[in-house]
Design a protein around this ligand. Structure first.
Ligand code: DON
Length: 590
């Protein structure tokens, strides 16, 4: 990993010269665990959970916030406070979500953004459900094979890596349709945090340090994130005046303040500085899109999740549908369960990588992939031994995203995942506009049939085309219980592992009867078809379990630890917010 330190990250090369940063182990892990322990609200004690290795460092360490009326959890405790204050001022869950989205662009720059995109599931208290797609699009000058000549690094770092940003269109559209407070009120906290500065904590200091070599490549990124040539130390104040000015322009002109005028001019100038191709036309024609959410029935629970252009809802639904037919389900952490899960995931990801893409460009066979009959036919193929992922026919790196969940005092709920793709996206900060651009173009099958930054091997359905949305794995989800009451709001970063993490949390709660803190801290496994290996979090599962999986024919691969689940569950007394102990998030409620 470029510029990363061995102790802080584990890198795993999927493609020559391009690696995925698997979230921190070693020093950072110890630091985060100790931070979590010291923080009020950290779960006391370490209740062992059957199936988990006894030395799993996150036992009992999920960060828990309890509140009677309303709850916010996000990847940044400061952004969660912003959301709570908006709720206290009479804002609803969408007002809070929009305020958090803009605040994260300031206080969580590795993934919070206005230069990226995301997906939002909204469930007002009346029970209707909406899915908002504000994924980036390929610029109109993009071509299918543009990175074959430009080289694989060009889809990850630099101006050419950026898709047309969707975040400002999405956040302003969500607010236009559902917001209650004036837009200026919800964006104002972000402006203040950018202009007055915010106190950098340990997590964010290490995160910037980790990517400092990439950020240092671009003058405006150096100026924003490496003041005095160094990552800001914990406790220091990081001010971002250029970003403050951009946010003021958005406050005054809405989405037009980003897609037209001075900020648009600065984006296009930034493109010209480094061989990028986003044009004024691309910016003015960008539109967020309302879609019908994917609905999954799982053992009587109802899950609403994201349809394409994210693969999240469909792929998770396919996994859940396959698993639903295994009765009784083997216990959590057993080799029998992990084998069945790996086989279900292998099949769901094979379909994902073959068939799914932007619905404006390809026919997504969503109904077929989500049918219980199809799941039953796949389940029948699963025996006692590992199968082999079919050879991929394309015809048919550190990374950071961030998730936030909100429930307000009226029971309106929002689940939102947003990303720049890689940590700090393309590493390019738009000069004089103060925000980072995404490197979302790498989520396309930039070379169909070849692995991307996450090792995903994808096909023509996700090939690059002008104006097309690159397929995502983001899986913001809302779950209702058997009585159709709001039960869970959940999501996480983690590239393709997002899908399996959200699956794990849901299954841990429903099938393994875990409490939410245990469901979140529990170690995770993942299979995505190709590479054909069963990935496990290091130190999560007893060696005997892993030996048993090897005996079934699985190649077991350790991949550090991953994810940052931010989830809210209904309790008898109100709401419980749980932030993943693996990273630097936190909750706020009242
Ligand atoms: O949309 C996607 O699937 C990816 N761009 C998400 C990247 C991600 O989650 C990286 N975070 N750890």
């Amino acid at each position: 990993m470029r510029g990363s330190k061995q102790l802080r990250t584990i890198s795993s090369s999927f493609r020559n010269g391009v690696s995925v940063r698997i979230r921190p182990v070693g020093a950072l892990l110890v630091l985060l665990v100790s931070l979590a322990c010291g923080r009020p609200g950290a779960q006391p004690g370490a209740a062992p959970v059957a199936g988990i290795a006894p030395n799993w460092p996150y036992l009992g360490k999920a960060k828990v916030t309890e509140a009677r009326s309303a709850m916010v959890v996000s990847g940044s405790p400061i952004a969660s406070e912003v959301g709570r204050e908006i709720l206290r001022q009479g804002g609803n869950a969408v007002d809070a979500a929009v305020a958090i989205g803009f605040a994260l662009a300031v206080v969580h720059p590795e993934a919070g953004n206005i230069g990226g995109g995301g997906f939002m599931i909204i469930r007002p208290r009346d029970g209707s459900v909406y899915a908002l797609d504000y994924r980036e699009t390929a610029p109109s000058r993009a071509t299918r094979d543009m990175y074959r000549s430009a080289g694989p690094e060009a889809s990850v770092t630099g101006q050419l890596a950026a898709g047309v940003p969707g975040a400002v269109a999405g956040l302003t559209e969500a607010h236009r349709r559902f917001g209650r407070l004036p837009f200026s009120t919800v964006i104002d906290p972000a402006i203040r945090l950018a202009e007055d500065g915010f106190e950098v904590d340990e997590y964010r200091s290490l995160s910037i340090a980790d990517d400092s070599a990439r950020l240092a490549l671009f003058e405006a990124s150096r100026a924003s994130f490496l003041p005095g040539g160094r990552p800001p130390v914990p406790g220091s104040t990081l001010r971002q005046p250029d970003l403050g000015l951009t946010l003021e322009t958005i406050r005054d002109s809405g989405a037009a303040g980003f897609y037209r005028g001075r900020v648009a001019d600065l984006i296009v100038a930034e493109m010209e500085r480094g061989g990028g191709i986003i044009s004024h036309h691309d910016l003015t024609s960008y539109q967020a899109i309302w879609r019908d959410p994917v609905t999954i029935d799982y053992r009587g629970y109802t899950i609403y999740s994201m349809p394409p252009a994210s693969s999240g809802g469909v792929t998770m639904g396919e996994i859940l549908n396959i698993m639903e037919g295994f009765e009784p389900l083997a216990p959590f952490g057993s080799a029998a369960l992990m084998h069945q899960e790996a086989e279900a995931m292998r099949r769901a990801f094979t379909d994902r990588n073959m068939y799914l893409g932007d619905p404006a460009f390809v026919q997504n066979p969503v109904e077929r992939l989500l049918s219980k009959e199809y799941a039953a036919s796949l389940r029948k193929e699963i025996g006692e031994q590992a199968s082999v992922t079919p050879k991929f026919e394309p015809g048919g790196r550190g990374a950071s995203t961030t998730h936030y969940s909100v429930v307000d005092a009226e029971g309106n709920a929002v689940s939102c995942t947003t990303t720049l793709n890689n940590s700090y996206g393309s590493a390019v900060t738009v000069t004089a506009a103060g925000f980072l651009l995404n490197d979302e173009m790498d989520d396309f099958a930039t070379s169909p049939g070849e692995p991307n930054m996450y090792g995903l091997v994808q096909g023509e359905a996700n090939a690059i085309a002008p104006g097309k949305r690159m397929l995502s794995a983001m899986t913001p989800s809302i779950v209702l219980d058997r009585a159709k009451q709001l039960f869970l709001v959940v999501g996480t970063p983690g590239g393709p592992r997002i899908i399996t993490m959200v699956y794990h949390v849901i299954s841990n709660l429903i099938d393994h009867r875990m409490k939410l803190p245990d469901a979140v801290m529990a170690p995770r496994m993942h299979h995505q078809g190709l590479p054909d290996s069963l990935q496990v979090e290091e130190a999560g599962f007893p060696p005997a379990t892993l030996d048993s999986l090897r005996a079934r024919g699985h190649g077991v691969a350790f991949r550090g630890t991953w994810g940052d689940v931010e989830a809210i569950i209904r309790t008898g007394q109100g709401w419980q917010g749980v932030s993943d102990p693996r990273r630097g998030g936190g909750g706020a409620g009242y």
